[in-house]
Design a protein around this ligand. Structure first.
Ligand SMILES: [Zn+2]
Length: 408
């Protein structure tokens, strides 16, 4: 039996047995929440939990889900090297074949740049078969050839590709104090419009021959990895296709944190920022979450949280994206998670998709800025929601996405 003991006003202990008094977790009060730390964990690797989390799954399974169904070797490396946990074998995953059971034929180029931003691969994906719940139809990604780090941006239409690239260019050149030297892309309409801008800024434009998009192989393979991972995330959480961008953004966030064989088994994040990512912040996509909303209550006698849908990691506030059943998105650092429950069908069963208001990113509390790996357009560009009149089931949406992925 577990016992929760408050030793001082600011400290609680969670002990396993009243006789042995073995301490499982110890927590300190901070910002109105008890933050628990695993006494057996190595504190130097930051493997502390942000908030009290329960799960009935074995540790290797819960980390497999938090990391977005990675390869077994990537899972084992992260558990051994960063979480200091032993990994037991993962059984056959019945979700992975839904998202990953096909392959695109590519010749893998082994060329690699030696400096950050020396070569950026880019491509646009879309149109999605269903507009995302926050009004987007495409995404554009930028892949740094040296570090394999990827940035993802949503687009309403392909004409937004160039202004989004200019935003990206200004951001990364300022952050990393170096200039983009080359751009590699397909020679299609949205990228032909890049040429005058690239010429004016001294950026060499490498593009594939017309109708031979296979020459843009590295960007194409990144599409495949993003789409397959996002399909798996949607299938695991039983979410409909209108959440495709949230799933893609979360996939990029996770892929940037997975060890890569081509980088000698470190992650793109570590290659770019010269330090390992903090894995303790990861939670299972699509699970139930309870953000702390007391600062926004008008009165003290109001519930301090409510069940919401966890939709990934904010790119601008380093908090968690929590969708309410009214369709309102909150971004909060202080969130409790039930990673065993995928609440979409119960939370939204009586909600008409067309009755959702526009998604309003709503920052509650921010924490240290840093890499995010996926960045939405500025707030002012977040459009009104646009929903299909009927919502296909997850499985039919998976089929649609698979077909779409195969054409890009
Ligand atoms: Zn899987």
């Amino acid at each position: 039996m577990l016992h929760l003991t408050q030793t001082r006003l600011s400290t609680v202990l969670l002990t396993q047995d009243i006789n042995t008094k073995r301490v499982l977790l110890q927590g300190n009060l901070k910002d109105g929440l008890y933050q628990f730390f695993d006494p057996s964990a190595d504190c130097s690797n930051k493997a502390t939990v942000q908030a009290f989390v329960t799960s009935r799954r074995p540790p290797n399974h819960i980390w497999y889900l938090r990391l977005g169904h990675p390869s077994i070797s990537a899972l084992q490396q992260i558990m051994k090297n960063h979480l200091k946990m032993s990994s037991t074998p993962v059984q056959f995953c019945s979700i992975c074949p839904l998202g990953k059971h096909h392959a695109l034929p590519f010749n893998i180029s082994q060329s690699s740049s030696s400096h950050v931003l020396e070569l950026i691969h880019t491509d646009v994906w879309g149109p999605a078969q269903v507009t995302s719940h926050d009004g987007f139809n495409y995404y554009i990604h930028f892949l740094d050839d040296c570090t394999r780090f990827t940035w993802l941006f949503p687009l309403k239409n392909k004409l937004d590709a160039l202004p989004t690239f200019i935003t990206f260019k200004n951001m990364v050149e300022n952050q990393f104090s170096t200039k983009i030297k080359h751009i590699q892309s397909d020679w299609v309409g949205e990228f032909r419009s890049f040429k005058p801008f690239l010429d004016a800024h001294g950026i060499f434009f490498q593009h594939s021959c017309p109708h031979t998009h296979e020459q843009n192989g590295r960007a194409e393979r990144k599409h495949k990895h993003i789409i397959e991972t996002s399909l798996t995330l949607l299938a695991e959480a039983n979410l409909p296709y209108k959440f495709w961008y949230d799933a893609c953004a979360t996939s990029v966030f996770l892929i940037n944190r997975l060890p890569s064989r081509i980088l000698s088994d470190i992650s793109p994040y570590q290659k770019l920022f010269q330090q390992p990512p903090d894995y303790s912040i990861l939670k299972v996509f699509g699970c139930a979450c309870y953000p702390y909303k007391r600062p926004y209550n008008a009165h003290k006698y109001q519930f301090r949280s409510e069940k919401r849908l966890f939709l990934g990691y904010s790119s601008i506030h380093k908090g968690y994206k929590c969708l309410s059943k009214t369709g309102r998105m909150f971004i909060s650092r202080h969130v409790l998670f039930d990673e065993d429950e995928f609440p979409y069908s119960t939370l939204f069963q009586n909600t008409s998709v067309s009755s959702f208001p526009p998604v309003v990113p709503h920052s509650i509390i921010t924490i240290n800025s840093g890499d995010q790996g996926s960045a939405p357009l500025p707030m002012s560009s977040v459009p009104s929601a646009s929903f299909p009149t009927s919502e296909p089931s997850s499985l039919s949406l998976l089929t649609i996405l698979l077909l779409t992925a195969a054409t890009y």
